[in-house]
Design a protein around this ligand. Structure first.
Ligand code: NAD
Length: 524
């Protein structure tokens, strides 16, 4: 693996994926820069934590106001660097962050309040326990390009409000958006050293993991996630991994074809299919299959593809050539194995360098790459099934388990199936939108990741639980201290009986046998 020092002095280019124009050239951080940033964050964090949650809430509220005032400018900057249509940048990036702040400012105070823990064991009754939630210290956040604003911002805000400092390593493909985030945070009153950005490629990310950070929150591919997990294991530090998905959509025999086909088209093509929660596999009951496919093809053909700055555009470019090649390889593999490409299936060179036509593929099977590996492009592969059980089996036949959806007019049936699907989130009659529910935990099962971001669970990842126990009878030696012997062993057997023996009689006898322990002579 390269180290950050090997790329010291190198620059990365931020490129508009719709036009290929270079937007900006930025110097990469060196190994020493990364270490120094973490060191500064470590020094600044205690004061940030000492400010208290109420002051931090005020600062986040200010950030919310500043972001709201600049919403159009920020959304346009995201579109320019990541390619997604402006309205998607506004809703899935800016709005999500505004709402994350709303959730955090409403909940952080209660979340960080000491939690009194009543003790059930009678031997522990003369104590008072509290759980304190303390920040880890410095959180290293490493993020991808597909949601270059909302992904790092939601994680950063949860880390900051709970009293941590953050060093963010954004994707090398979208550094400018991360620097915009830094500007907004600093302008709102977050001290410069409490939130820092280190720019560069994977080597800079690796340097961050190897630095003195106390926890890593990583969002990206499974391959990189494994490397990061190994590096964190070597340092014995905790981590969160938000990795890839191959999300299934199940359309049951009682579903509304018109609604479900619109959902499939939007769910597969939003952000040009480059969403971890995209519909990547669609299973439709055989009775609906033909009509569902017709509806998907018709709707797909109506989509406007082009530069996302144009408000009419619904599907923008993909991020870069490497990602397009993966999509092409998956579509070609499916075609070669007998699947039918009903719409799209090729690049749109006339639109610009990175455009791929929204594609609908029928007759796909699980021996095709398109049903097994993350495609991460504007492709909707559709297969049919016979029974609900078969649909569940197909949905669960994947190394991934990020999210899934079930489509039915019968809510109870949908919920019953949702419980059987192996995924971090299952939506009944919707796709993708759970990412916009700030209260909902986001994260996966199996190769899709470890831990959660967003909501209460997301805040929980940013703190360590510390238990503080106060003994209420400080002048008394404990019954269970030294001075063991035959009679003490009998007394303690009685005590265990008192708590857990079957039958009231045995419990009472146990209580009588144990009573003498309280007054026994202590040896020491
Ligand atoms: P990636 O793994 O290539 O890169 C992600 C980040 O890791 C980048 O900042 C990159 O520079 C950095 N990185 C690369 N090698 C590293 C290393 N050895 N050590 C430390 N950092 C390193 O992923 P990507 O292509 O940027 O993003 C797409 C992937 O992200 C997809 O698989 C997608 O499903 C996933 N994703 C998941 C979620 C989620 O919440 N589960 C959200 C968005 C994206």
């Amino acid at each position: 693996m390269t180290t950050a020092s090997q790329i010291a002095g190198r620059t990365i280019k931020s490129v508009n994926p719709a036009t290929g124009a270079v937007l900006r050239q930025i110097d990469c951080a060196s190994d020493a820069d990364v270490r120094a940033a973490v060191e500064r964050a470590r020094r600044a964090q205690p004061e940030w934590n000492a400010l208290g949650v109420e002051r931090r809430i005020e600062i986040l509220r200010r950030f919310q106001r500043v972001l709201f005032d600049r919403k159009t400018e920020i959304a346009r900057a995201i579109t320019e660097e990541a390619g997604k249509p402006y309205v998607e940048a506004l809703l899935t990036e800016v709005l999500i962050v505004l709402d994350s702040v709303r959730f955090l400012v409403e909940n952080a105070f209660g979340f960080l309040r000491d939690e009194v823990v009543p003790h059930g064991n009678p031997a522990m009754k003369a104590k008072r326990g509290r759980i304190l939630r303390e920040p880890h210290g410095v959180i290293g956040i490493i993020s991808p390009w597909n949601y270059p604003f909302s992904t790092p911002a939601a994680e950063t805000l949860a880390a900051l409000i709970t009293g941590n400092a953050v060093v963010l390593k954004p994707s090398e493909l979208t550094p400018q958006t991360a620097l915009e985030l830094a500007k907004l945070l600093h302008e709102s009153g977050i001290p410069d050293d409490v939130f820092q950005v280190v720019i560069g490629d994977g080597a800079v990310g690796a340097a961050l993991v190897e630095s003195a950070v106390d926890k890593v929150v990583f969002t990206g591919s499974v391959t990189t996630g494994r490397l990061i997990a190994q590096a964190c294991a070597a340092r014995l530090i905790p981590l969160v991994l938000e990795l890839g998905g191959k999300d299934p959509m199940i359309v049951l025999d009682d579903a509304d074809i018109d609604v479900a086909s619109s959902a499939a088209v939007w769910g597969a093509f939003m952000n040009a299919g480059q969403t971890c929660l995209s519909v990547e596999r669609c299973y439709v009951h055989h009775a609906l299959y033909a009509n569902f496919l017709d509806a998907c093809v018709e709707k797909t053909r109506k989509l406007s593809v082009g530069n996302g700055m144009d408000p009419k555009i619904e599907v923008g470019p993909m991020i870069h050539e490497k990602q397009l090649k993966i999509v092409e390889a998956h579509v070609e593999d499916a075609r070669a194995r007998g699947a039918q490409v009903l719409a799209g299936g090729s690049r749109l060179l006339e639109k610009g360098p990175n455009f791929y036509a929204p594609t609908v593929i029928a007759g796909v099977t699980h021996d095709m790459l398109i049903m097994r590996e993350e495609t991460f492009g504007p492709v909707l592969p559709v297969a049919s099934f016979e029974t609900d059980e078969q649909a569940i089996e197909l949905a669960n036949d994947s190394e991934f388990g990020l999210a899934a959806s079930v489509w039915t007019r019968d809510r109870r049936r949908g919920e019953a199936l949702a419980r059987k699907i192996h995924a971090g989130t299952v939506m009944v009659n919707d796709v993708l939108s759970c990412f916009g529910i700030s209260e909902a935990p986001h994260g996966g099962m199996k190769s899709s990741g470890i831990g959660r971001t967003h909501g209460r669970f997301g805040m929980e990842e940013m703190v360590r639980a510390k238990y503080v126990d106060i003994d209420l009878v400080p002048g008394m030696k404990k019954v269970w201290w030294y001075g063991y012997g035959e009679s003490f062993a009998r007394q303690m057997e009685g005590f265990v009986d008192l708590l857990f023996a079957r039958g009231l009689g045995k419990r009472m006898t146990g209580g009588v046998r144990s009573a003498g322990a309280v007054k026994r002579e202590k040896k020491l």
